[in-house]
Write a protein that binds this ligand. Structure first.
Ligand code: ATR
Length: 267
């Protein structure tokens, strides 16, 4: 019986077991970590069984992050604002605590890469679940945020939800012309389909740093386009994936693992 596991569907390509195995080896903390493929309508049943049979911590991935949010007895502030949970922990009082480490994973990676500093003008492209998960940590890092999205109303709605958490505005795609940013983050799901959001190339005239939260072996479609426009400060989201796992490990065990080894392995 695993004490820790990742829950998702599909799950066979998940890198979480490999990452957590590496963290356990590195820190010497016993951390047997499994992979559980949950039938689409059975998340609650499966996660309840896991915790009632001795499970201590779970990662949750697509498509169950919203259900994990509903399942948690208590939530971190960032999970509350993200509206989604990717990490669950059984507390000493048996209550289940829900956190979302995706956004802090992104910030940790941007800091590792020296790609962000307080006061930066940051453009987030996308207004779905992934974008929502990174907004609060970006605002807390001192970024001045603009959100744009193919469907403008979704960007407006997202921004409305965070209006008291920092400096944040929405901007339609057509209004982007003539605007400049220090960092552009692609938080759409377009790269997973080898597509990219249609945005004016003029926003790359000042050669901003460009980050895609998606990752793959070769440059993502978005990063390839940025490179073609002359941007050289580029990164995909592999580091974000590893850091979200590291922050989950820290929540469970109180120790922040080093990501260098596993980053080299996965690269
Ligand atoms: P996720 O949880 O990955 O964010 P989602 O909630 O379905 O998934 O949101 C997908 C996001 O990617 C949305 O912002 C979507 O734009 P729309 O709101 O207009 O649908 C965006 N997206 C997906 N494919 C895209 C594409 N080819 N071009 C531009 N935006 C795209």
């Amino acid at each position: 019986m695993f004490k820790f596991a990742v829950f998702g569907n599909p799950i066979n390509h998940s890198k979480s077991p490999l990452i957590h195995h590496e963290f356990a080896k590195q820190t010497g903390i016993k951390h047997n970590y499994g992979c559980i493929c949950v039938p689409i309508n059975e998340f609650k049943k499966s996660i309840s069984k896991f915790f009632s049979q001795g499970g201590l911590g779970a990662n949750v991935t697509l498509p169950f992050k919203q259900e994990a949010y509903q399942f948690a007895d208590e939530l971190s502030e960032r999970a509350y604002f993200a509206g989604a949970v990717n990490t669950l922990k059984k507390q000493n009082d048996n209550k289940i605590f829900g956190d979302n480490t995706d956004g802090i994973g992104l910030i940790s990676d941007l800091q590792r890469l020296n790609m962000i500093k307080a006061g930066d003008r940051v453009l987030v492209i996308g207004a779905g679940g992934a974008a929502r998960g990174i907004i609060l940590p970006l605002l807390l890092s001192g970024a001045i945020l603009t959100v744009t999205n193919r469907t403008n109303s979704r960007a407006q709605e997202l921004v409305y939800n965070f209006k008291y958490n920092g400096v944040i505005n929405s901007c339609s795609i057509s209004e982007l012309n003539g605007k400049y940013f220090d960092l552009i983050i692609n938080a759409t799901s377009s790269s997973s389909n080898k597509q990219m959001p249609i945005i004016p190339s003029s926003i790359l005239n000042n050669k901003p740093r460009c980050y895609d939260i998606f990752y793959q072996k070769e440059l993502t479609t978005f990063l390839y386009w940025c490179q073609k426009q002359g941007c050289n400060y580029l990164s995909d989201g592999l580091g974000m994936l590893i850091y979200q796992a590291a922050h989950a490990f820290q929540l469970w065990h109180g120790v922040m693992p080093n990501i260098t080894n596993i980053f080299k392995k996965l690269q």
